[in-house]
Design a protein around this ligand. Sequence first.
Ligand code: SAH
Length: 231
Amino acid sequence: MSRPLPRWFNSGTNTEFADERRRMVEQQLVPRGIEDQRVLDAMRRVPRHLFVPDEQARYAYDDHPLPIGDGQTISQPYIVALMLEAARIGPEDAVLDIGTGSGYAAAVAAELGHRVVSVERHPDLAVTAAATLEALGYRVNVVTGDGTLGWPEGAPYDVIVAAATGPDVPRAWVDQLARGGRIVMPIGRAGGAQHLAAFTRADDGGLVSTNLGAVAFVPLVGEAGWGPDGG
Ligand code: SAH
């Protein structure tokens, strides 16, 4: 199911949709307060149109989420930027990305950090995302499973980001988070009140949280998430 990549990509130019990417950054991210140059540069680089179904490619840089199959969506560019800015991913950081979906956010995280593990519960999405990431040269370890359990094999993580909304921070994530580590995730019910929360792990192991505002994500479905119907 992996799509053949256009020839231009391997030429290293990556110019297709470059204007759209620049406009996305200048019109959607900067005016809304995204200031981290590493995040802005990463989003100018990652070819988002290759992470969506072919028929959606021309809308890939628009200011909204897009369907990617299995009832799931690729997040709006601004939301990806907001989450990754809040996560403060440094070049040496290990990142756990929950809800691979298309693999786009994992690719941006891979531009920012040292290594990325990405967990997706839908096997077909995981397979497609892993193929796209590999074809583009992103070294992301995509695994299929219940991300609410984290991925202990890759712990500890400096950053855990989740693109699906849960009832609370799963215990496993706190256990797998390094000292001073950050968790960025939406909290609340899918289709109900949700907010984007950023947590920092304090020296005593406790979490200090910041509210980044109202959001709308699909449910985090799993053992430490919501039930299969999202409720
Ligand atoms: N970051 C993605 C957005 C995907 S939407 C992107 O850039 O495209 C959220 C994803 O979370 C969906 O694909 C959904 O299947 C997945 N998901 C929901 N609950 C999950 C869980 N417990 N573990 C792993 N993935 C989960």
